[in-house]
Design a protein around this ligand. Structure first.
Ligand SMILES: *Cc1c(COP(=O)(O)O)cnc(C)c1O
Length: 382
């Protein structure tokens, strides 16, 4: 079976995890700050806060930005449900902005018109969560400008995009988002088995997120309501969770980071090869915007004919190619339908969904396997 995504684990990765198992700390030890510092340095952000998933990262990012009941958070329908659920965890309402037909990312033009209407109705979002779909940055310059104009904060869901860049800088550098979130699920660009990270320039947000990931507890005298009782003392000053990453995961992350650029380069090699092997087929290959370098988590092709999608998908699976579809538009999920969203509201995301298939894309995919994927796909389309 050829999966659509898969981790790349080296002997060094395994040794890094074993070393933690043989050390004093399985969690809350030195590997977590080491991983945070590796990511912060790589992306050029001042602060990094590691957590046990990107879902948790999105949640504490919303918490740090003060999202609560009565607030609204907007995201894209073409994403994993976690990008919207984080607002619901905080009791906020969710809104969606349709996607751009070329990049499948949140459309900055659609965002601008929705904001104009929302301003008239006094219903502006507190936070907007653009998602770097497939690893490609959104039009963050335009989204940031709209944020400055309308006063919303930006959480960039870069779960697909670590190792990618935008306007010559790493995704997560902080020029365009208040907080950027990465995922380290095994199908993503690097892995810690489960894991996520928030990066930010702002120390106040980093502090709030550190507290939120560990019960709302502080050991910093300056944050306490009165003098400390002694060296053992801590105070719970807010309501938080246990969203901590373990040292085993963080050590794996540090080790994976040493190969990140190689992973992304290999993904680009495979994407260029797919582009060539699929030239002239009845589908559209992913558009790569010249403004950025995609992390290339996914390689979604869009069939010209939506009526063929199911048969082509089933044919690929039957041939042992475990293709997938990213994403079922979030607003069409029953949970969001119950909140009042309706199919038809975001036509670009729905049209994309009806025709998309994600082909295998991971560093360990061989050219021979890739040839098999493309010849099988061509055969099914013929
Ligand atoms: C994978 C993913 C998430 C959730 O990541 P986890 O680490 O599995 O919690 C959130 N948003 C997007 C866009 C994702 O692809």
């Amino acid at each position: 079976m050829i999966p659509y995504g898969r981790q790349d684990i080296s002997a060094e990765d395994i040794q890094a995890v074993v070393a933690v198992l043989e050390s004093d700390f399985l969690t809350q030890g030195p590997a977590v700050p080491a991983f945070e510092s590796a990511i912060a340095t790589y992306v050029g952000a001042e602060h990094a806060v590691a957590v046990n998933s990107a879902t948790s990262a999105l949640h504490i990012a919303c918490m740090a930005l003060g999202v609560g009941p009565g607030d609204t958070v907007w995201t894209t329908p073409n994403t994993f449900v976690a990008s919207a659920n984080c607002a619901r965890y905080c009791g906020a309402d969710v809104g969606f902005v349709d996607i751009d037909k070329r990049t499948y990312n949140m459309c900055a033009v659609a965002l601008a018109s929705k904001l104009k209407l929302a301003a008239q109705r006094n219903a502006l979002p507190k936070v907007v969560i653009p998602v770097a779909f497939a690893g490609q940055s959104c039009d963050m310059q335009a989204i940031r400008a709209l944020g400055d104009e309308y006063g919303f904060a930006i959480i960039e869901d870069a779960s697909h995009a670590i190792g990618g860049g935008y306007l010559g800088k790493p995704i997560g550098c902080g020029d365009f988002a208040d907080i950027t979130v990465f995922s380290f699920h095994p199908v993503k660009v690097i892995t810690t088995a489960e894991g996520g990270m928030c990066v930010t320039r702002r120390s106040d947000l980093a502090e709030a997120m550190r507290k939120a990931r560990s019960h709302g507890i502080t050991r910093d005298q300056a944050e306490m309501t009165g003098p400390s009782d002694g060296a053992w003392y801590y105070q719970q000053v807010a309501l938080g969770y246990n969203y901590r990453m373990t040292d085993m995961q963080a050590a794996l992350g540090v080790s994976q980071m040493t190969r990140l650029d190689g992973f992304v380069a290999r993904r680009h090699q495979l994407a260029r090869r797919y582009d060539e092997l699929l030239a002239g087929a009845a589908l559209t290959v992913p558009f790569q915007h010249p403004d950025g370098l995609s992390g290339l988590h996914l390689y979604p092709v869009v069939l010209h004919d939506s009526a063929r999608r199911k048969a082509v998908f089933d044919g690929m699976r039957a041939a042992g190619v475990h293709v997938n579809v990213h994403y079922i538009p979030v607003h069409t999920q029953p949970y969001y339908q119950d909140l009042g969203f309706r199919a038809g509201e975001y036509p670009n995301a729905e049209d994309y969904y009806a025709r998309a298939i994600s082909l295998p894309m991971y560093p360990g995919l061989s050219e021979q396997q890739q040839d098999f994927v493309t010849s099988t796909l061509r055969g099914l389309l013929a």
